[in-house]
Design a protein around this ligand. Structure first.
Ligand SMILES: NC(=O)c1ccc[n+]([C@@H]2O[C@H](COP(=O)([O-])OP(=O)(O)OC[C@H]3O[C@@H](n4cnc5c(N)ncnc54)[C@H](O)[C@@H]3O)[C@@H](O)[C@H]2O)c1
Length: 337
């Protein structure tokens, strides 16, 4: 029996995490704390919203009084922090909110985790904290000991949070773990990120924006595999440790776009090259040998299987995207309350 706080649970990765965990651990109680920012979608919680071992709380992780009250009332065993501003483009136009949520929010959650003596604080981080790798050195990969070298205000805020988490372990003995994962794809991803943008535009025969030449490389992991990794770290990981998670599926952005167009039987003429993102990272490549060896974590998806399933999900759930495009998704919480 555990009482688990999951922050950011109305977002992409954490909603998938909650679907998996609420079902897998009926004896655990899950509380989702989410501010329902533009990226939070209450509809994502539909499969679990009425489950006895799940509760939703609308609130901001930077609201100290609310967070303190919640910790006091619930007496959490575990805290898993997914909540973040997560879109690199937004961090370039408005860095401030990234520092507030991603760094100050992390500090507040850890202060309360100390005060109320949680057994584990887990920080969900990203491979972007390592910076980027050259395109012509496929032999190079990020390991857990690669120095942090972030490029964007988003990745810098995540790197800052990671350093703070490590400092709370060293200074205060807070029982922490950190996971750093590569690019996720799968159902319920907000249609501002590459894969849902490409699928939704291709389905409507709209032009698909591709930054620069489309040669930037990302490592893609299915969100389900990321989440089973976090589950394993929580149950079997060593306190104080960092674990990389990756898909061993590096693809150029252009390859990803062309794969989707081919599966949907759409023309490559839809591809529209646009001015590159400032500071655009060239390549992310992640070495996840540590978690494979130490915790026997294994992926269940390869990219070819995962991307087909994902395209089918968006094709069959076009109303989910339409609700976001019309803004209706932001009304659901208040309608159901
Ligand atoms: N998407 C990826 O490929 C990827 C890869 C590695 C790591 N990550 C990390 O995983 C986590 C989740 O990413 P995602 O893609 O699901 O993000 P997302 O943008 O889809 O969801 C973020 C969620 O956090 C909530 N939130 C934002 N600010 C908040 C605040 N101040 N208080 C409470 N809730 C708040 C939002 O409402 C939303 O529900 C992030 O920490 C991100 O850095 C993402």
């Amino acid at each position: 029996m555990k009482k688990v706080l999951v922050t950011g649970g109305a977002g992409f990765i954490a909603s998938n995490f909650l679907h998996y965990m609420v079902d897998k651990y009926p004896n655990y109680n899950f509380v989702c704390l989410d501010a329902l920012t533009y990226a939070g979608n209450y509809n994502n919680l539909e499969p679990i919203i009425d489950k006895d071992n799940f509760k939703f709380v609308k609130g901001d992780i930077t609201d100290i009084r609310l967070v303190d009250k919640l910790f006091k009332e619930e007496n959490f065993n575990w805290v898993i922090n997914f909540a973040a501003e997560s879109h690199v483009d937004n961090s370039i136009s408005n860095p401030s909110i990234f520092l507030t949520t991603n760094i100050i929010g992390t500090q507040i959650l850890m202060d309360k985790s100390r005060k109320y003596e949680v057994e584990r604080y887990h920080q969900v981080s990203t491979d972007e904290v390592y910076g980027d790798l050259p395109l012509d050195r496929p032999d190079l990969l990020f390991t857990e000991t690669t120095p942090l070298h972030a490029s964007s205000p988003y990745s810098s805020s995540k790197a800052g949070a990671d350093l703070l988490v490590e400092s709370y372990y060293r200074t205060f003995g807070l029982p922490i773990t950190i996971s750093r994962c590569s690019n996720n794809y799968g159902p319920y991803q907000f249609p501002e990120k590459l894969i849902p943008v490409v699928i939704s535009k291709a389905l409507k025969d709209e032009l698909i924006p591709v930054y620069g030449t489309g040669k930037n490389i990302r490592d893609w992991i299915h969100v389900y595999d990321h989440n089973i990794g976090i589950d394993m770290i929580l149950h079997h990981g060593k306190v104080g440790e960092i674990y990389n998670l990756g898909g061993r599926s590096e693809r150029t952005n252009l390859e990803v776009v062309k794969t989707i167009l081919k599966y949907l039987n759409k023309s490559e003429a839809l591809i529209n090259y646009v001015t590159d993102r400032p500071g655009h990272d060239l390549r992310y490549g992640i070495d996840c040998t540590k978690i494979e060896n130490e915790l026997s974590w294994l992926r269940t998806y390869n990219f070819d299987k995962g991307i087909k399933e994902t395209i089918d999900w968006y094709t069959n759930n076009q109303n989910w995207i339409e609700d976001i495009e019309t803004g209706n998704y932001q009304k659901t919480y208040y309608q159901r309350k």
